[in-house]
Design a protein around this ligand. Sequence first.
Ligand SMILES: Cc1cc2nc3c(=O)[nH]c(=O)nc-3n(C[C@H](O)[C@H](O)[C@H](O)COP(=O)(O)OP(=O)(O)OC[C@H]3O[C@@H](n4cnc5c(N)ncnc54)[C@H](O)[C@@H]3O)c2cc1C
Length: 545
Amino acid sequence: MTIVLDIMIRDVEQCLIIGSGFGGLCQAIKLKKANIQNFTILEKESSLGGTWRDNTYPGAACDVPSSLYSYSFDIAQTTWTSDYTEQKGILQYIHKVAKKYDIQKHIIYQQNVCRMEYREEEFVWYVFTDDGSLYKAKFVVTAVGQLHHPKIPVFPGVKAFKGGMVHTSKFSSRQLEDYADKNVAVIGSGASAVQLIPELQKVCRNVYVFQRTPNYILPRLDLTPKLQKVMNTFTFTKWLYRLYLLNVGEVFLLGAIKGKRWAQKLLMALWFQNMKQHIQDESFQEELTPTFSIGANRILFSDTFYPALGKSNVHIISKGIKEIDTNGIVSLNESRTEVDDIVYATGFITNPFLYDMIVTGRSGKVLWEGDQGSHGYFGVNTHGFPNLFFLYGPNTNVGHTSILLFVEEQADFVIRTMSHLDDNGFQAIEVKKQIEDAFGSEINKRSEHLAFTSVKDSWYLSSNGCNTNNWVGSFKEYKCRLKRVDLAVDFDMHGKKPLRRNSKKMPSQAEKHWILSLCFRFLQSVISIIFSAPKAIITKREKFD
Ligand SMILES: Cc1cc2nc3c(=O)[nH]c(=O)nc-3n(C[C@H](O)[C@H](O)[C@H](O)COP(=O)(O)OP(=O)(O)OC[C@H]3O[C@@H](n4cnc5c(N)ncnc54)[C@H](O)[C@@H]3O)c2cc1C
């Protein structure tokens, strides 16, 4: 019997991108815009879309308005029919953008990257996938997301459960109708649960919500359909609305996250009004009241969650889970709930970053081994790992605005770094240790004053309580500071390229610019001579006559 191994070994490429979600596509488009075509995207699944390919549970939608949760470079062409577009609409948008920029041909599917190794002597990254393929690249950009690997708590006895069990990010072909007339348990009450429960409530006999911590849920405050239409008609109004949304998030939501009393009071009033409108029973209100201050966990937006909880077929169980048996869930107070199906709305493994990959950098250093969790300079590069960049990396998640704003800045930074290296004739670039350390200390110091560090089991924090996931300020601050990073000061470069005699040296960006302006001036002089010559001849003739 012959075994055919379908493995690949490829020549060195300029850039490998890992992941084909919003992040990977953004980097690919920016590369193309910079006229760099020699890149490949490795994707472990068999289609693109990342988060929006995986999270197909009923009710899945963005919870940051779509006008902000989309690429800025495509704003003129994009029209949203709803403020918070549902999963299908977002996935369609991602496919449309990929098609427009002809990205599909750069993607290799079913390539799960499991190991990356930096070969210092070659200045090349060796990237291995779990089918044995090997890819080599000068630059690697990881775009594997922060919310990708489902986190499923293992309760005692769970193996005996006879019904169906699924995580919200693994619904795949399941339909809402599959739950019709069933008793369904939803474990968790966070962002996904808040979207899913109102949908289940419509078809299930009973929905049992196993809640560990309630959240603050604010009304969506959507635009009216008429205003939505106006905002979506002109590029100018699209930008205006985007700017407005950005500022609302940066002032009010970020204000609450920073612990500003006025912002917290205002949002608390909105939340309480939202809850009181649908839940009148005071003891139930108490059960739905979070024990942490607003801003400490992600602030959620829904107009349907509290109304669903008010329905007679939805039950909140807050006692904690002791065990699961063949057809039920036993709470810590020994009460037992019989269920047919369980849906885990329990979130994702968020730490460490790149957790299913082994990454070794310069001198065999293992990425983020033995220190205080994942870290990076502005989340994009870490010392000891030249030419390796992260999109949506450590400390770049936010709870007050769109992740995509940050991802676009990071992708631009990668391009800037590539051309800096090229202009200076070096092979590799990495952040200096002392610069990254100082940045890390700043993050730790500023995190102490933010609301989310008061929640012990927050997914923003590593096991030792360090903030590894979230950015600590506004998007405007992140953008300005990243744009102002002085690569010549903050980064080290390695591997000066030899200037070969008789070989034609490629002009640098600055030289190209200089040559172009010289040509332009030359052309200008030629044109002015041509136009002034007949005049001169005429005046000469006139004189002569
Ligand atoms: C339900 C849900 C709702 C959300 N709503 C919002 C919102 O409203 N606003 C907001 O700003 N953010 C939201 N987020 C966060 C969201 O994840 C980001 O906004 C964004 O989609 C991240 O894009 P990404 O490309 O970085 O990661 P992802 O979308 O997670 O894509 C990562 C890709 O990398 C691939 N991959 C992973 N590991 C490997 C590997 N080892 N080898 C090869 N390929 C690999 C994956 O298959 C995937 O295709 C939401 C997240 C979830 C789960």
